[in-house]
Design a protein around this ligand. Structure first.
Ligand code: NAD
Length: 424
């Protein structure tokens, strides 16, 4: 098969360091007290568990599981569980801190958390993954809870795992507790609108930014890296609003059509072809790296971290970057992008539509009520637009990039909660 290899990652940064470097800059702008800085840089709780699991062949394997609650001053910890061989404490700590900032930016009453299990779910049977998930849930029985820490899916996990997690937790409590986890199947209390929420939030952020930059959505050209959940919904919704999607890509390569790609056709093709675009005829194949440097108005990285780096940042021609993925721009590329005058809607704002609708899922579970898709979408759009405007105003006030402004908004909120609550 003629797959194009993904570009080598040349300045992959330690995720915790990358988060800290932005946190440090924003704290300086805020003149944050050193004591509060020290509190916020240290996670509240770090739990590491060993998980013995009987494999299908009868052997017992021990997996390592993590849960980090970075901060819960604004509410219960919130964040996904990653199933991946690369999971390690530093990564989970960084992702947990990102969740604190993300929830604060969109003003939802959650703190930040993240979990992970070091495993390769692609090599495990469904029964093995179920036993592993139940064992992890049992080990985190005192950590998880609808008022303490609410997990969700992340890389390698989905609604199937969340259903097992909810069931295991509910058994230990002797009743159904669906608010302990979000991203559940609809029938178990999942929310309408959750699947498309992150891509929809990316679209809303993109339109808000285009208005500021005076880019007409009907004349705008767009390139989207990644055609999974986030990228394909973002592309579809931008396409429906009149923008021309010139390029899309996934693990199988990048696809370009000067006249604009028919996104419905691309989604249908992907769904019929094992989830990838390999062989898609609605566009010509181009080099994957070139997608990032196409002369388009809007670039949406929605696949991996550290794809815009100090090595390619100066070649980027888009006027606007909307970060669907977490951490697609390395900290070292930030200055180059800012100097070029490119606006970046940063990950902790642009992809926060997902956690916002997770919050709505939790609210519906607690109310014992179901909202319509229209209500979910309307409320999410409102949250995303007002968060965008707040970050934009902050970027003007402090004369900083949208990324640093988003950190300023988040840190200010969390720090002021500490100032009010005190109690050290
Ligand atoms: P996904 O697994 O559904 O899709 C990932 C896509 O990226 C796939 O199309 C895959 O083929 C593609 N891809 C992988 N390697 C690539 C490469 N080298 N070049 C181009 N494309 C490549 O994942 P997702 O849920 O869409 O998540 C994408 C990003 O968005 C991740 O960074 C994730 O952390 C972030 N994110 C997701 C959500 C959510 O609700 N799903 C919320 C917030 C942030």
């Amino acid at each position: 098969m003629a797959y194009i290899e993904p570009a080598p990652i040349k300045d992959k940064e330690n995720p915790f360091e990358s988060m800290m470097s932005r946190f440090r800059i924003a704290s300086q702008h805020l003149n944050l007290r050193e004591e509060i800085f020290n509190v916020l840089k240290s996670p509240d709780k770090q739990v590491i568990v060993s998980l013995p699991v009987t494999m299908d062949d009868g052997t017992i394997r021990v997996f390592e599981g993590y849960r980090v609650i970075h901060n819960n001053i604004l509410g219960p910890g919130k964040g996904g569980i990653r199933y991946d061989m690369g999971v390690n404490l530093d990564e989970v700590k960084a992702l947990a801190a990102w969740m604190t900032w993300k929830c604060a930016v969109v003003d939802i009453p959650f703190g930040g958390a993240k979990g992970g299990i070091r495993c390769n779910p692609r090599e495990m049977s469904s029964g093995e993954i179920e036993r592993l998930t139940r064992s992890y849930t049992q080990a985190m029985n005192e950590v998880f809870g609808p008022d303490t820490d609410i997990p969700a899916p992340d890389m390698g996990s989905g609604q199937r795992e969340m259903a097992w997690l909810m069931d295991q937790y509910s058994r230990s409590r002797g009743m159904t507790v669906n608010a302990v986890v979000t991203g559940k199947p609809l029938v178990l209390g999942g929310s309408l609108g959750r699947i498309e929420a992150t891509g929809r939030g990316v679209m809303v952020s993109a339109l808000s930014a285009m208005e500021k930059l005076k880019i007409n959505p009907y004349k705008a050209t767009v390139a989207v890296q990644g055609f999974g959940n986030v990228g394909s919904f973002a592309a579809l919704l931008m396409h429906e609003r009149g923008s021309k999607i010139l390029a899309i890509s996934d693990i199988s390569g990048a696809y370009y059509n000067e006249a604009g790609i028919d996104i419905n056709q691309a989604i249908e093709y992907r769904n019929d072809n094992k989830g990838i675009l390999h062989g898609f005829k609605g566009a010509e194949q181009i080099d994957s790296d070139d997608l990032l440097t196409l002369p388009v108005d809007v670039l949406i990285p929605a696949a991996l971290e550290d794809v815009i780096t100090m090595y390619n940042a100066d070649k980027i021609k888009a006027r606007l970057i909307v970060e669907g993925a977490n951490g697609p721009t390395s900290a070292k590329a930030d200055d180059i992008i800012t100097e070029k005058g490119i606006m970046v809607v940063p990950d902790i704002l642009a992809n926060a539509g997902g956690v916002t609708v997770s919050y709505f899922e939790w609210v519906q579970n607690r109310l014992g009520y179901k909202w319509t898709r229209e209500r979910v979408n309307r409320r999410m759009d409102r949250v995303m637009m007002s968060s965008f405007n707040n970050v934009y105003k902050t970027s003007l006030k402090y004369n900083v990039s949208m990324r640093i402004a988003a950190y300023i908004v988040a840190i200010e909120k969390v720090a002021s909660a500490y100032e009010y609550r005190g109690g050290f």
